[in-house]
Write a protein that binds this ligand. Structure first.
Ligand SMILES: *Cc1c(COP(=O)(O)O)cnc(C)c1O
Length: 485
């Protein structure tokens, strides 16, 4: 059984004034030529000994959970292990100290990294052009939908005000559609958890701007009619948008381009292993087919055979969507990851992610309800509704998992599965880890029947017990000042 460290740890700023020794370097004063009015005599920063600061942060890390600690099966989020070589590369002076206003001639290496990444993503997505600017998946969706709008407006096809999404869509899809000024039309899924072709046919019209889906979808199921869907959408003069958050289920096997998509966003922080969580950082590059290239945001990274440059020469650009280079450090990590894996390596990633998922599906399907029987790609969604009779909800199962030293899966999403438990093991977990994970899930299923109270009281072994989730979401305390208040 797992027990998280529990330190009665003050905020670092509350620990100030704990000094006994002076460290030798404090006697060294640097002469810096600063204007007088900028020089301050006092600073409100902590003045603890170095070891106090180190202990403080190590203790906090012991009260935390991350992908460097154990399995992190948060469905849809693709919390794979982030290789440390990527961290070494972004920590190099040449990467970390460049300034966005530096002359192009002095940042050729950085521009080359960005150019190469554009090329890699074109190939992985089966697209003709890529912008690296958007700062997250949702930002990529928003950018992609602005491209949809620009495309139709340019063709004087001004009636197209609707975006169709399936009822299994991630919440950001309808949100981005609304942000970009469209009306969102939701269609239901069929009994296999896939797009219902009749519902799609009924929703499509000369008002449709685009159909926005992810494939494999949020259930982890591959849309078997995708080529037919692309044909239906295009015949109506609309575009097909690929939410690339689930690329980990197909990478190297097929591409959105081959399936017939016109626009793709990539979640570099998911598929391409850059650290994320707690809202950032991320990067959501967007790839497009030739017919949309002229609308891409500026600048794209160009190469004239000799030099790399910021290319502002995009004929009907939608403008700029993010400052400077975009989230440059995320781009560099994703580039490093792709270089590290190579084409065959990326294909292996997909195969292992799919194998891990179906291994868990088989091991757990006698213990947790499994809606939809199809083979899964990178993730599998169970339902905890078989424990209702014991008064147990999916939330209780998720909380009990914390007691065993696991991170919880995504719960209550996708909305079309009652009491959903959405598990995405990713390729980075070994068979041994998958077996341990399954054993714990089976143990919890047994506890739910025999000792439901232990689930309702969970977690017991973590530094923070069950919190008031509504209060935490509505009135979060995010700073020292707010805490003091
Ligand atoms: C994560 C995710 C998004 C949004 O991406 P962010 O980078 O979190 O903004 C969109 N769709 C799906 C299916 C996702 O899993």
């Amino acid at each position: 059984m797992f027990h998280q460290a529990v330190w009665d740890e003050k905020l670092i700023i509350e620990k100030s004034g704990n000094r006994t020794l002076k460290l030798p370097f404090e006697e060294i004063r640097m002469e810096v030529n600063l204007p007088k009015e900028l020089i301050r005599n006092e600073l409100n920063i902590n003045d603890n000994e170095e070891y106090e600061v180190i202990r403080h942060y190590v203790r906090l890390s012991q009260m935390n959970y991350g992908v460097d600690v154990n399995t992190y099966p948060l469905g849809s989020c693709t919390m794979k292990y982030n290789p440390k070589i990527s961290e070494e590369i972004v920590s190099m002076d040449q990467v970390k100290y460049i300034h966005p206003f530096q002359d192009e001639s002095t940042v050729q290496g950085s521009l080359q990294i960005m150019y190469d990444l554009q090329e890699f993503l074109k190939e992985i997505g089966g697209m003709d052009a890529v912008t690296l600017q958007p700062a997250a998946g949702a930002d990529g969706e928003f950018t992609g939908l602005l491209l949809v709008r620009a495309y139709h407006e340019h063709r004087k096809d001004l009636k197209r005000t609707e975006i169709i999404v399936p009822d299994s869509a991630h919440g950001t899809n309808p949100a981005s559609s609304t942000m970009a000024g469209f009306a969102t039309i939701e269609i239901k899924s069929n009994e296999n958890g896939m797009v219902d072709l009749e519902a799609l046919e009924a929703a499509l019209s000369d008002k449709t701007a685009a159909f926005m889906i992810t494939n494999p979808n949020t259930l982890g199921i591959f849309e078997e009619n995708i080529v037919k869907i692309a044909k239906m959408v295009h015949e109506k003069g609309a575009l097909l948008y690929y939410d690339g958050a689930n690329l980990n289920g197909i990478m190297g096997k097929t591409t959105p381009g081959k399936m017939g998509f016109d626009i793709v966003h990539f979640n570099l922080h998911k598929t391409f292993a850059t650290p994320h969580g707690g809202g950032g950082p991320g990067a959501g590059p967007v790839g497009v087919k030739k017919k949309l290239e002229e609308f891409l945001p500026v600048p794209v990274i160009g190469f004239d055979g000799k030099n790399y440059f910021f290319d502002y020469n995009v004929k009907n650009t939608i403008g700029k969507v993010t400052g400077f280079y975009g989230n440059f450090a995320v781009l560099v990590r994703a580039w490093a990851y792709i270089k590290l894996k190579g084409g065959d390596g990326l294909k292996d990633v997909t195969e292992m992610a799919v194998l891990n998922t179906n291994y868990l599906r088989k091991k757990l399907q006698n213990y947790y309800n499994l809606p939809y029987k199809e083979l899964r790609k990178h993730e599998v969604v169970f339902s905890g509704n078989n424990f209702k009779q014991y008064g147990i909800k999916t939330l209780d199962i998720a909380k009990r998992m914390l007691d065993y030293g696991l991170h919880a899966p995504t719960i209550y999403f996708p909305l079309i599965v009652e009491e959903a438990l959405m598990i995405e093991p990713t390729e980075t977990e070994s068979k041994d880890n998958m077996d341990k994970f399954a054993d714990i899930m089976i143990q919890i299923a047994t506890e739910a029947k025999e000792n439901p109270e232990i689930l309702k009281k969970a977690p017991q072994n973590t530094v923070v017990r069950r919190i008031d989730e509504v209060e935490a979401a509505r009135n979060p305390i995010l700073s020292w000042k707010m805490l003091k208040k």
